[in-house]
Ligand binder design. Sequence first.
Ligand code: HEC
Ligand code: HEC
Ligand code: HEC
Length: 435
Amino acid sequence: MRFNTMRHGAAIVATVAFGWIGFAQAQDNQPAPAAPAADASATAAEAPAEPQLPPEVAKGKYLATAGNCNTCHTVEGGKPFAGGVSFPTDFGTIFSTNITQDADTGIGKWSLDDFKKAMRTGVRPDGQHLYPAFPYTAFTILTDEDLAALYAYMKTIAPVAEAPKQNVMKFPFNQRGLLSFWNKLFLKEGTFKAQANQSAEWNRGAYLVEGLGHCGACHTPRNFLGGERTDVALSGGVYNDKNRKGDYRPWSAVNLTSAPVGLGPWSVDDIHAYLKNGVSKRATTFGPMNDVIMNSMKHLTDDDVKAIATYIKALPPKSINGSPSTDKAMLNAGETVYTVRCGTCHMPTGLGADSLGVPLVGSAVINASDPSTLINTILYGTELPPPPFVSGRRLMTPLADEMSDEEIAQVSTYLRATWGNSAGGVTAAQVAKQR
Ligand code: HEC
Ligand code: HEC
Ligand code: HEC
């Protein structure tokens, strides 16, 4: 979320967005539904067998994994689902809540209806609005059946008496009531409706990507009110997350559509392999995608990951990219920096090599409309998931101490303007901001 794009009165509403919100309802522009909603979520048969758990609980556990509830609601080394994970923004810090079964500090007293209401509308039983850092704008499409299964699973979570940390919000952003206005604009309630003209696999993928997977929370650009721009859904977003040093900095979540600057160059198998194993011909997971893959996607059935890949691959091409730089001096300087600093692993051609660097030709990270992730990668290297994860490639080491802001801007600008890559130039000031 880039708060600097917000203006005057709008900022009051905009500040509730916090870069974690929302998702895009891909069915917005599509023909009216023909199949019953439940069709899309026939997951019971696909969920891995958990003989020790009743079937509905096992299904709920699987759905909780698909929704990555654990990652956002568990601090490192803390008790599962006890909350306390911080989501810092320019307007204050939100902490995730305790969603264990503790009656006082958790959700132990919540009925199924209370739970459904929170998941679909972001409203708690006491009538308070939740900040959209909790992705209820995506979870709102979940079917009754799936919410009941999730609830059944949540009921099995051991109670932990731990009062949720108080959000530290500046006035007036501490006024939760403002969210009712924001929701009128940006919350599109309604259970997922399968598209009759698409395959069962595509529909399953759509349900997972737009719902539990909440990919759009990071990958969709936002308007000046902090709402997701559904017209350019999944074409690349920006939000704050930890860099390798533990500091919060902007990250760009790449364009997932089939645009040439997005996942156009990726096959369904490339997307499938990347989400399931964290490694594909096109990329190795690093940074913020590590949690998405290692805590969530990796544990889904092959069929579900394939469905996600199928749906993503079918997204029509969209891009909000600016034009690449034509500054000859800058481009020449960038080419030299590339040869010295990058070419040994990524090859002079930019095509990479199996055991060295990944291809930079057609890289979605290089082509992201916002260069934050590209800059983070050069400054801090790529932080891979912890062992036993292996990429089979040479590690990309941090270059922050060896390269100036100017050199990083030059090589970034060059890479975004060469080999068919196409995205706007990068300035030294942008690099300085990411340090
Ligand atoms: C991207 C991070 C994120 C993910 C993923 C996430 N949550 Fe949360 N959740 C939050 C935050 C942050 C809050 C607190 C919002 C606030 O204080 O307004 C919250 C609040 C809640 C609440 C309200 C609790 C209360 O006491 O008011 C419930 C219920 C909840 N989450 C359930 C879930 C479930 C179930 C999942 C998985 C399907 C999930 N969450 C996934 C971040 C997340
Ligand atoms: C917490 C924010 C977040 C969420 C949620 C998220 N992503 Fe990402 N994603 C990123 C960021 C940031 C990058 C670029 C840096 C990286 O790879 O970590 C990225 C990169 C990617 C890439 C390209 C990797 C590359 O190196 O070119 C793919 C493919 C991808 N995400 C797919 C998905 C899918 C599918 C989902 C939903 C299941 C998803 N992401 C959910 C933040 C997110
Ligand atoms: C020591 C080898 C090495 C060097 C030197 C190196 N890289 Fe990398 N780079 C990698 C590897 C390997 C990956 C894949 C992630 C991983 O496994 O660490 C990668 C990933 C990337 C990515 C992410 C691509 C994507 O789409 O996911 C970008 C961008 C990148 N490198 C740019 C650069 C730039 C620019 C330079 C020079 C300033 C550079 N690299 C220098 C090895 C290297």
